[in-house]
Design a protein around this ligand. Sequence first.
Ligand code: DQA
Length: 143
Amino acid sequence: MRILVINGPNLNMLGIREPDIYGRVTYDALCEKIKAHAAEKGIDVALYQSNHEGDLVDAIQQAYGNTDGIVINPGAYTHTSVAILDALKAVSIRAVEVHISDVDAREAFRRTSYVRLACEKTISGHGINGYLEAMDYLAGGNG
Ligand code: DQA
């Protein structure tokens, strides 16, 4: 089981950015946690982060044919990007949308998610554990 975990803009600033909302765990620490969880569950995991929409589209396209599941937190592009939605649809890889914060309990504009239309599941507001839950969901063969 190969899972690609994709993080979008500003998630490299975890631990620094708005800690009251996103917590104090850094992006590097998140990656270590994801890798440790993957090792425990026998999942082959790859991690990718970019602040650029086209790079996120490229990463999704490059997963075609070699990846069983995508865990994606597109950051602010969640609420704007038809291109990321279309990339997920193009590759037809099972995907789970993750948000560290509870996007539905914040500003109204965060309630819109384009990528959700191509995802089997959304995990929102579970902090960084949401990434691990998404991996378990995909590895469990649900859906
Ligand atoms: C986020 C929520 C988005 O609205 C925001 O733009 C982010 C992070 C989250 O993980 O809670 O960058 O995706």
